[in-house]
Design a protein around this ligand. Structure first.
Ligand SMILES: NC(=O)c1ccc[n+]([C@@H]2O[C@H](COP(=O)([O-])OP(=O)(O)OC[C@H]3O[C@@H](n4cnc5c(N)ncnc54)[C@H](O)[C@@H]3O)[C@@H](O)[C@H]2O)c1
Length: 302
């Protein structure tokens, strides 16, 4: 006897519904239905507001610009200097020229200062009336230090920024996401060094700090899922920025060495994180939380 299959009741619906195969099926039975490319609309961040720590330069600034290009209303960059860098000013001016109404803002905040972060995020929430995206990218890397005699204070200094600072940044944005009740996307910048150890580099504090971020993302994702606040970590491989320049510019042989540690045979560019950031920040990734996304040129695969 033939049984009629029936789909379970819908638990959620895409804001762009009908979309994908559902749109195709509707088009088949409705001659008036207008076929429309929607894949890029899923990545749109129109009117959204976000925070990027470490946004004065490097990967943070690159990611902030990607959010602006995707249509965000305002992205607030937090970093240490009282005034933003020339690079930041040029990027902010470029955002204005995009003509999509997006703006880049800057605030001097030390991510080790939990209360300052919470207060600043609340101020932004008061001003903008929403909070949608957070990228916790501020981080530091120290010089090689023997793990068996690693000084307590130096170890603490790295964890204070790379682990505690990431938590405080995520808290600040998450509090505002909870306040406005629209969910949100929190992206914690970890590193492949949270999952692998960089060969011949004595970076026990950095590697430990990044492993903690991976578990922080999973743990926060589980607590905040019911509020539709998604938390993921992004783990880049070697990318040329001021952080890695401290090694690559002073030890030129490292470029070949690092390049040959991944199957693509080169290190990455900051702009190669634009796609994954747009995906994680937007409605294109609404079923992704508690994940670590490795973008390493395959370094971790060897
Ligand atoms: N470049 C890479 O190859 C690579 C690879 C994996 C992960 N990462 C991670 O990406 C993130 C960005 O690194 P990057 O390569 O752009 O380095 P970067 O040094 O260019 O940028 C880091 C930024 O963080 C800021 N910062 C440091 N301490 C801070 C504090 N206490 N409060 C506020 N801001 C602070 C710095 O001023 C700087 O602007 C870091 O978390 C880093 O660990 C980088």
């Amino acid at each position: 006897m033939a049984t009629q299959s029936s789909a379970p009741p819908a638990q959620s619906i895409s804001p762009l519904a009908p979309i994908g195969v559902s749109a195709a099926i509707e088009a088949a039975s409705n001659p008036g239905f207008q076929a429309k490319v929607k894949i890029f609309d899923e990545f749109a961040l129109n009117d959204r507001v976000g925070i990027v720590s470490g946004g004065n330069r490097g990967l943070g600034l690159e990611m902030a610009l990607a959010l602006c290009e995707a249509g965000a209303r305002a992205i607030y960059c937090f970093d240490l200097p009282a005034e933003p860098s020339e690079e930041w000013n040029q990027t902010s001016a470029y955002v204005k020229k995009l003509g999509n109404g997006s703006r880049l803002e800057y605030a001097q905040i030390d991510v080790r200062d939990q209360q300052a972060l919470w207060d600043k995020a609340k101020e932004i929430g008061d001003r903008e009336g929403r909070m949608d995206v957070c990228i916790a990218a501020a981080g530091i890397l120290k010089t090689h230090t023997d793990c068996l005699t690693y000084p307590a204070q130096q170890f603490k200094d790295v964890l204070d920024v790379n682990t505690n600072g990431v938590l405080f940044t995520a808290q600040a944005a998450g509090q505002q996401m909870r306040r406005f009740g629209n969910g949100g996307s929190i992206i914690l910048i970890a590193s492949m060094s949270g999952s692998i150890t960089n060969r011949d580099h004595a970076w026990v504090s950095y590697n430990s700090s990044k492993s903690a971020v991976l578990q922080m993302a999973r743990s926060m994702a589980c607590e905040l899922g019911p509020e539709r606040i998604r938390v993921n970590s992004l783990s880049p491989g070697h990318i040329y920025t001021s952080m890695t320049a401290a090694y690559l510019d002073t030890q030129p042989h490292l470029l070949d060495k690092w390049s040959n540690l991944n199957p693509l045979g080169r290190i990455g560019r900051p702009d190669e994180l634009r796609g994954v950031i747009a995906w994680l920040a937007s409605d294109a990734s609404t079923f992704c939380t508690g994940s670590d996304i490795l973008v390493s040129g395959g370094h971790h695969a060897w």
